[in-house]
Structures are given as structure tokens and as C-alpha cells.
Design a binder for this molecule. Structure first.
Ligand SMILES: Nc1ncnc2c1ncn2[C@@H]1O[C@H](COP(=O)(O)OP(=O)(O)OP(=O)(O)O)[C@@H](O)[C@H]1O
Ligand SMILES: Cc1ncsc1CCO
Length: 258
């Protein structure tokens, strides 16, 4: 058997509406297509409700968001909440500017995410804990479990905190994940694409904790597999092989990375 969650995604091929940043649009669309889902990038305020109407999941990522994008995100998020489809929120670089901070606060008052996903610095900002960041990247180590649980308590929302060790917090349960490869830190958008993969996994029927665990575990294994291929020499050659690996079966990746 492969994986109930991943099989279900591939069976359904969920349409994931992205309002995401310019840097990762292409990478996210290709990664999701390879994995087995169907991407649409649409951020015009006048059309987002129509797109959400037919989507299976919504991803909101503030990486390069301008004022108009936040309006679109709020409108799309409210519609997604009304329809009951999952919403993943990725507060990319939220601590980097007052503009991001003010808009994220406003957004989180208007919409209810199904999952908040971010690196340690982003989750620390939301949890009101001091953490070092450099632009959109987290710097240094600390108690990531405590951090993710604090953010969960504050927003009453499941949290996926990413890094060398990922932490997944849902109601009453915290688990960690160690799959992954250091080259994921050396390419842009590894966290953003993980957000896309998670959104597709939570848009099929099933238990949220299981879906989050499986998405994060699979993603890390795909990276481990791609990194060990003979012709993969560094972050650049890693990217296309990682995209390939996202289309593989979990059982195959487990065997091949033993
Ligand atoms: N040192 C590492 N070793 C193994 N896996 C890692 C490491 N650092 C990050 N990862 C993995 O990389 C993915 C992205 O996590 P990361 O925390 O780097 O995201 P991010 O900072 O939001 O990225 P971006 O902003 O570029 O999208 C996760 O799947 C995580 O498990
Ligand atoms: C580098 C960068 N800057 C804004 S968004 C983004 C992509 C990774 O988060």
C-alpha cells in the first residue's frame, strides 16, 4: 500500500487556488502538478470569489503581497470559509516589516485558516516570541515544539512549523518530522511549495493530523531521494529531480532512501 492521503490526492486531483508570491508561482504550480493536484494562480479581487467557488483548497502566501493582494486574500478567505474548503496561511517574512505585520493581523481577524504554516521565525512572530530572522529566512535554533504549541494556543489553529525538524501541532497532539535535506534551504520556495502540497492533502477527506504528517514526511523523503541521485550535484540540479520525486509513490521513496 502507498499512502491513503497521497492516493486520495492523486485520485481527486484537487484544484488548489493560490494567492502566492511572484518568486514561487512557477515552482509551486509545477510541484503540485507533479504531485497529482491541479494549480490555479489568481489574485485579482474581482475574480477570486468565482475561483474559490470551484476550488478544493485555498493557499494564501504573503511573500510579495501588496495592499491589493491582501484585499483579494481576505475576500477569497471569507468565501473559502463560507464554503468550508480548507485554507492554508503562509505568513512569509511576516516579521520583516510593519506593513506585513499590520496586514497579517487584519487578515487573521477576518478569516479562519485551517492550517498556519511557516518557518520558526514566522511562527515566532505570530506566537509573540523573539526569534532571529534574515528577510524571509529563519536563523538559529531554539525550542521549536514550544514555539509551535504557543502559536497553536494563540490562534486556536493547527500549525506546521518547518525547518531541520518540522513540528505539527493539532488539537491535543504534537508530532515532529525529520525527513528532508539541507538543500531545501538552498533553493527558494521550498517552504512555499510544501504549503501547496499540504493544501492539496487537506483538501481530501480524512484526519487532519494524518494528512499534515503524511504531507511533510513525503515531501522530506522526496528531497532525500532526489539529493542522493548520482547526477544531482547541488541545489540547481536538485530542483528538477525533486519535482520528479514528488510524483513518486511513498513506498518507493521509503525503499529508495533506506
Ligand atoms: N536543514 C534542513 N534539513 C532538512 N530539511 C530541511 C532543512 N531545512 C529545511 N528543511 C525542509 O525544507 C522545507 C522548507 O522548510 P523551510 O523552513 O526552509 O521553509 P521556508 O523558510 O518557509 O522556505 P521558503 O521561504 O524558501 O519557502 C521543509 O520541508 C523542511 O522540512
Ligand atoms: C525570496 C522571497 N522573497 C519574498 S517571497 C520569497 C520566496 C521564498 O519565501
Amino acid at each position: 500500500m502507498n499512502s491513503n492521503v497521497i492516493d486520495a490526492v492523486r485520485e481527486k486531483s484537487p484544484l488548489i487556488h493560490h494567492i502566492t508570491n511572484h518568486v514561487v508561482m512557477n515552482f509551486s504550480a509545477n510541484g503540485l502538478l507533479s504531485f497529482g493536484g491541479s494549480p490555479i494562480m489568481a489574485k485579482e479581487e474581482q475574480e477570486v470569489e468565482e475561483i474559490v467557488q470551484v476550488a478544493d483548497g485555498l493557499l494564501l502566501n504573503i511573500g510579495t503581497a501588496v495592499e491589493q493582494d491582501y484585499k483579494s486574500m481576505i475576500r477569497a478567505g471569507i468565501k473559502a470559509n463560507d464554503r468550508g474548503i480548507p485554507v492554508l496561511f503562509d505568513p512569509v517574512g511576516v516579521g520583516a516589516s510593519q506593513f506585513r505585520q499590520a496586514n497579517v493581523q487584519k487578515l487573521l481577524k477576518e478569516i479562519t485558516p485551517t492550517v498556519i504554516k511557516g518557518n520558526a521565525a514566522e511562527i515566532a512572530y505570530l506566537a509573540d516570541v523573539k526569534w532571529k530572522a534574515k528577510g524571509v529566512d529563519a536563523v538559529g535554533d531554539g525550542n521549536v515544539i514550544e514555539l509551535a504549541e504557543k502559536a497553536f494556543d494563540r490562534y486556536q489553529c493547527p500549525v506546521v512549523l518547518t525547518g531541520k525538524r518540522d513540528v505539527i501541532v493539532t488539537a491535543g497532539k504534537t508530532v515532529t518530522n525529520k525527513t528532508g535535506h539541507r538543500w531545501l534551504e538552498r533553493i527558494t520556495g521550498a517552504g512555499c511549495l510544501l504549503g501547496t502540497i499540504i493544501t492539496s492533502c487537506i483538501s481530501v477527506d480524512g484526519d487532519l493530523q494524518e494528512q499534515l504528517k503524511e504531507a511533510v514526511y513525503f515531501y522530506g523523503l522526496a528531497a532525500e531521494y532526489a539529493s542522493q541521485l548520482q547526477h544531482v550535484k547541488g541545489p540547481g540540479t536538485f530542483i528538477p529531480h525533486f519535482i520528479d520525486a514528488l510524483s513518486y509513490d511513498l513506498t518507493f521513496l521509503k525503499e529508495a532512501t533506506k
